[in-house]
Design a protein around this ligand. Structure first.
Ligand SMILES: [Zn+2]
Length: 391
């Protein structure tokens, strides 16, 4: 209905769609496309398709995109199923709803009696959350093959290699069964994934800005796909939109490097590789802006690395105020939670912007394109453009 009304409006000459409507349309389309690539995990077919797609899109815009190959390993969980025996008989646990293997869960197949104490030959039903490192240590000491670990939310991650102990997260409210049956398969793979980047030449090359967003996500665990719409197809789409707009605008005062990072979810591996051998001297980078989780914004904008770089942050924030974007701001100190961090470690001023709001889907099967509201992406984009055009 909305689409029809807009079309009718255009036909009747009610005016062109505004810049922000066009921008959000672009973002929605790009996120839908990026979410077709099976969770975009490095070294998977989906990860390679995502890389190829970014190269194609950037070429279409007139850039000559570059890749930086990054060697890495990924442990992929290719199959996961679980059944539990209760008084009502055997029931199947649903992957992603009742259980989720930890990212490094080693391959495992069999049937175990369940106990709340760590005992050899039993699956250890940990009654309530304890520090996982301690749980793993106890499991090893007691010869436990399988740990069933409670969590209120099943949150996925991705590991570079298998662990020595099998930890399977279970939904906290599940009743303890007498027996569990599990089949988990995984495969360790080695290869290279790629950072994809372009340069928009500025009027001067004596310093540069870097804007980055990671395009990788968690891929799949068995039949469960982690789509990663907000994390971080949203930031990748915003990076593409910025790329397109920068070629249509006059050259910015300084060079701008736009980087789609790989393997953020594996531990900031792509951005670490970038700062280890950057195509431009880091000492001459004016600042780095990282975009990750930008599909919402009803609850405002958060900036990681704002409070501990007051001078840099105030220069940026002044432009937001000038632009009139009055929005709740959460200004946080630096933290190793996304791709700005390796830049900070090298002494480059860097901030990580994310937008707050939404239903809270995170590293699960529900982080899908249709859930995104795109409330804050356009004003955030305009703000970043102001930064890049600051003389
Ligand atoms: Zn992310």
């Amino acid at each position: 209905m909305k689409r029809l009304a807009l079309g009718l409006g255009l036909l009747l000459g009610y005016g062109q769609p505004t810049d922000s409507v066009e921008a959000v349309r672009f973002l929605r389309r790009e996120v839908r496309r990026l979410c077709r690539f099976e969770g975009r995990a490095p070294l998977t077919p989906g990860g390679r398709k995502a890389e190829a797609y970014l190269l194609k899109r950037l070429r279409q815009m007139g850039y000559s995109p570059q890749t930086q190959r990054v060697p890495l390993s990924v442990y992929r969980l290719t199959h996961a199923e679980a059944q539990a025996l209760t008084a009502r008989g055997w029931t199947r646990w649903k992957l992603g709803e009742d259980f989720l293997p930890s990212a490094g869960c080693p391959p495992l197949q069999g049937e175990w009696p369940v106990d709340t104490l760590p005992r050899e030959g039993y699956a250890w039903w940990v009654p309530e959350p304890h520090p996982l490192t301690k749980v793993r240590q106890l499991a090893r000491e007691h010869g436990v093959a399988l740990v069933l670990y409670p969590t209120p939310r099943l949150t996925g991650s991705i590991a570079p290699e298998p662990d020595s102990v099998a930890v399977v997260y279970r939904r906290g409210e599940l009743q303890r069964p007498q027996q569990v049956r599990l089949r988990i398969q995984g495969r360790l793979e080695w290869g290279t994934a790629a950072n994809v980047w372009v340069k928009r030449p500025g009027q001067r090359a004596d310093s540069a800005w870097v804007v980055g967003a990671h395009y990788d996500h968690l891929g799949r665990v068995g039949s469960l796909t982690f789509w990663g719409a907000n994390d971080n197809a949203s930031g990748t789409a915003l990076l593409l939109l910025l790329a397109q707009r920068l070629v249509q605008k006059p050259p910015p005062p300084y060079d701008v490097y736009l980087v789609a990072f790989t393997a953020e979810e594996l531990g900031l591996i792509g951005s670490q590789a970038w700062v280890a051998s950057p195509p431009y001297p880091l000492a001459r980078v004016r600042g780095m802006i990282n975009l990750d989780l930008v599909g919402f914004g009803e609850k405002g904008v958060a900036v990681v690395g704002g409070s501990d770089q007051p001078a840099f942050w105030e220069r940026l924030d002044r432009l937001r105020v000038q632009q009139g974007w009055n929005v709740p701001l959460l200004v946080r100190p630096n933290a190793p939670n996304s791709d700005h961090y390796p830049f900070r470690e090298k002494g480059v001023p860097a901030v990580f912007f994310y937008l707050q709001g939404g239903p809270g889907y995170y590293h699960d099967g529900q982080d899908r394109p249709a859930t995104l509201t795109w409330t804050g992406a356009y004003p955030l984009l305009r703000w970043i453009e102001e930064v890049l055009y600051l003389p």
